[in-house]
Design a protein around this ligand. Structure first.
Ligand code: EPU
Length: 416
């Protein structure tokens, strides 16, 4: 178990190059299964979730190695169709290998995926997409079996907005005969990234970023080279770390245009923000002040993954703010830990009212999930005294070398 000890109250100062995006890298790694050749991925972040995706690729029979500062995935030859339970239960994105395997082999065997506990997270929309393409899908307990004699392009109408289901529909449709139309598709930047990768591999795709995506089944190129874009949620997190510590930070390689809804809220708290083409500098020389009303939603609305961090900032801002979580049914599990640090928060499963206190204080707390743990880290950086965050291994799933980077910015953090 990873334990982080953070001594708060050190104003962060300096610059950070933003890591490659976790949620863009994971679907692209699954999509490498569709490439009957060799893929070189650049800027793939070093994270435990990426390690898990690499383990799945190896388990299926791909050769994966570091080369030229990137990750080289060789998916030539026969691939197995079965993903073991021990890997499926480590992360949510393991489910994307089902769609990719179905697309490549016409069959896939796996289990219900694990991942952060944020409430109910079924994969019924994913399976609906596979069925629409002609696959027979059966579920026995947590086991999932998908089989198709020949996937056939089809209209797939997703019952709700889902990033993962849109990605899985795209992956499986790449192996179908003819054109598929995905209706009610998600429009997150990670969908655009997956489409860019699939196009680089030879796919014909139209409409990504809108409600309707059209994709044709294809035979892949033999060599693909692709760069994973920068992480918008890691960017938002570092901005919140700087704000909570009343410091200053410059983000390099920052996806500025994807951060609009976050920047709007940070500006409303008094942060001074200077934008470059792909750099961002944020300065917060005093206590944040403002009363926000934040509601999460699909892109381009406020991202659910940044909400825990903003809430942690508001816990010691001057003002009263309200937060409503519209994506996941039980995401506010980190709130009791913030309360243990002195935060004044009234919350149920979806809503929180936060009355900012002058200063949070250090406490012994436990990480609940990736972004919840990042919220605790954010609070600890601004708090008075020492915080001990137990079960902080969640952070390593999404933040590359966060302890080292934060120490470079002046934070006092020990990791055991
Ligand atoms: N949903 C269903 N059935 C499905 C699929 C989704 O009911 O078959 C529901 C979910 O339960 C949820 C909503 O639809 O209430 C939206 O879920 P979505 O499928 O969009 O989320 P996801 O694909 O599981 C990805 C990110 C999350 C991020 C969400 C929303 C990855 C690996 N994960 O999850 O990121 O919060 O989209 O943007 O891309 C994180 O990075 O910490 C994280 C949780």
């Amino acid at each position: 178990m990873s334990v982080w000890t953070v001594t708060g109250g050190r104003a962060l100062s300096g610059s950070v190059r933003v890591q490659g995006s976790k949620n863009a890298a994971l679907p692209v790694l699954a999509a490498c299964v569709l490439v009957r050749g060799v893929t070189l991925l650049e800027n793939c972040p070093c994270l435990s979730d990426v390690d898990c995706a690499v383990s799945i690729l190896r388990e299926l029979g791909c050769r994966v190695q570091q080369q030229d500062g990137g990750l080289l995935i060789d998916a030539r030859g026969e691939l197995r169709s079965c993903i073991p339970l021990s890997l499926m239960e480590r992360m949510r994105s393991s489910a994307l290998f089902l769609g990719a395997l179905l697309g490549r082999n016409g069959e896939a065997e796996g289990f219900q995926p694990g991942g952060c506990s944020l409430g109910e997270r079924p994969i019924d929309y994913h399976l609906l997409a596979f069925r629409a393409l002609g696959a027979r899908v059966s579920e026995q307990g947590s086991e999932i079996l998908c089989r198709a004699d020949a996937l056939q392009g089809a209209v797939i109408t997703l019952p709700g907005k889902s990033v993962g289901a849109t990605e899985n529909a795209l992956l499986a449709a790449c192996g179908a005969k003819g054109e598929s139309v995905i209706r009610n598709a998600a429009a997150e930047p990670e969908i655009l990234c997956l489409c860019a990768f699939l196009r680089a591999a030879g796919a014909e795709i139209e409409g990504e970023g809108s409600n309707t995506i059209r994709v044709r089944g294809f035979s892949s190129r033999e060599q693909v080279r692709f760069r994973i874009p920068s992480d918008r949620i890691a960017s938002a997190s570092y901005l919140c770390f700087a704000l909570a510590s009343r410091g200053e930070i410059t983000l390099l390689d920052c996806p500025v245009s994807e951060l609009r809804p976050v920047l709007q809220q940070l500006g409303a708290l008094g942060a001074e923000v200077r934008e470059g083409a792909n750099t961002l500098t944020l300065r917060m020389p005093r206590r944040p002040r403002g009363s926000l009303s934040v509601s999460s939603g699909p892109y381009p609305l406020f991202p659910t993954d940044a909400m825990p961090l903003l809430l942690a900032v508001c816990a010691s801002a001057e003002g009263e703010s309200t937060f409503r979580e519209n994506i996941f049914s039980d995401r506010l599990r980190y709130v009791p830990a913030l309360q243990a640090m002195g935060a004044d928060i009234r919350a149920d499963r979806r809503e929180a009212a936060v009355r900012g206190v002058e200063r949070l204080h250090g406490a012994a707390v436990e990480g609940t999930d990736l972004r919840g743990s990042a919220a605790l880290l954010c609070a600890a950086l601004g708090a008075e005294g020492e915080s001990v965050i137990r079960d902080a291994g969640h952070l390593e799933r999404g933040y590359e070398r966060a302890d080292a980077l934060l120490r470079q910015l002046g934070a006092e953090i020990k990791k055991e």
